[in-house]
Design a protein around this ligand. Structure first.
Ligand code: SAM
Ligand code: SF4
Length: 333
């Protein structure tokens, strides 16, 4: 039975735990991290693997059914295969959790098979452009070839369906909406476009500059016939079939069409802070509990208390909106 503490004040039942394995990254995407001077988390504040598995075990025993590993770049964690193995074998009232991962793919040629064998179900891979010069400018690293090799490795390892995420940015990559989608259609991957959110380290996000989901759809409709799929449940992406399928494309319109009303996600940062929302202003210090003498019930109570603080929406469009202090790389996307 699901623990009542997973249900918040608005009746949302939480099933999805996103765990950031590190705030370190091998890229420096402009919408996420600064070029230099990143205030890294102190090593001794970061949860050990035993600590992560313990918190996840409590959450799964409460009724969490999906675990998404993220970061920073989760594949930079040296024992990521072991982490996946241990998380995929947890047992809760609703069975074993499905473990997936969001990654920039750079380490997938080396790790994809081992991750699959350890129990990883699938991957979401960030790819904002197919052009080498743009990739270099956008991520501040000349790594397009390696990223494409990582995507192919995920596919070959059976980490399916491979989902490709792109943040659409005006004057940067918004002319590649069709090309990126075609890249996915040709290979059987699923393309997802994400509206840029105010989570960059430089706090330069501008509501009037961002590319909207509607603009993305308008471009796609000039090339394909799109048919909207029905009930998306708690999924952030609204999905359209391309020319009656089987290919599809999704748009995550977090800003212009928020899906907070069905949100079932809760986040654990690499330094052990629980956040009920990407944009939460408050965090619950789970690290202090696991390093103190708290029992599992106390950890479950802290998870429940954190979710009770969850607000109905992120209020990005509210004039009083405040961007979180931490950038996306330190929260865990
Ligand atoms: N390093 C991995 C990656 O890039 O996939 C995982 C972490 S990254 C923070 C997770 C996701 O957040 C990526 O798909 C990335 O594109 C997205 N992201 C980062 N900053 C964002 C922003 N300001 N707005 C929207 N999405 C963002
Ligand atoms: Fe790294 Fe992912 Fe952030 Fe890019 S989006 S800097 S790959 S954490």
């Amino acid at each position: 039975m699901t623990h009542p503490g997973l249900t918040d004040r608005f009746g949302r039942v939480h099933r999805d735990l996103r765990i950031s394995l590190t705030d370190r990254c091998s890229l420096r995407c402009t919408y996420c991290m600064p070029a230099e001077g990143v205030p890294w988390l102190q090593r001794d504040t970061m949860l050990s693997t035993d600590e992560i598995v313990r918190v996840a075990r409590v959450a799964v025993e409460m009724g969490i059914t999906e675990i998404r590993l993220t970061g920073g770049e989760p594949l930079l964690r040296a024992d990521v295969v072991d982490v996946v193995d241990r998380l995929a074998h947890l047992e809760g009232p609703l069975g074993r959790p499905e473990v997936s991962l969001t990654t920039n793919a750079l380490r997938l040629p080396a790790l994809a098979d081992a991750l699959h064998d350890a129990g990883l179900a699938r991957v979401n891979i960030s790819l904002d452009t197919l052009r080498r010069d743009r990739f270099h400018a956008l991520t501040r690293r000349d790594k397009l070839t390696e990223t494409l090799a990582g995507i192919a490795a995920a596919d070959a390892a059976g980490l399916a369906p491979v989902k490709i995420n792109a943040v659409a940015m005006r004057g940067v990559n918004d002319d590649e909406v069709v090309d990126l989608t075609q890249f996915c259609v040709d290979r059987g991957y699923q393309m997802r476009f994400i509206e840029q959110m105010p989570l960059d380290a430089g706090h330069t996000w501008d509501r009037h500059q961002m590319v909207t989901g509607e603009e993305i759809l308008a471009q796609l409709r000039r090339r394909w016939r799109l048919t909207e799929r029905g009930d998306r449940g708690a999924a952030p992406a609204q999905v359209w079939d391309i020319d009656d399928g089987p290919s599809s494309v999704g748009v995550i319109a977090s800003v212009t069409a928020p899906f907070c009303g069905t949100c079932d996600r809760v986040r654990l940062t690499a330094d052990g802070q629980l956040r009920a929302c990407l944009f939460a202003r408050q965090e619950s210090d789970i690290r202090a509990l696991v390093r103190g003498d708290a029992d599992d019930e106390a950890i479950a109570a802290a998870v429940a208390a954190c979710l009770q603080l969850k607000r109905p929406g992120h209020d990005i469009d509210d004039p009083g909106f405040l961007q979180p202090d931490r950038p996306m790389s330190a929260i865990g996307g």
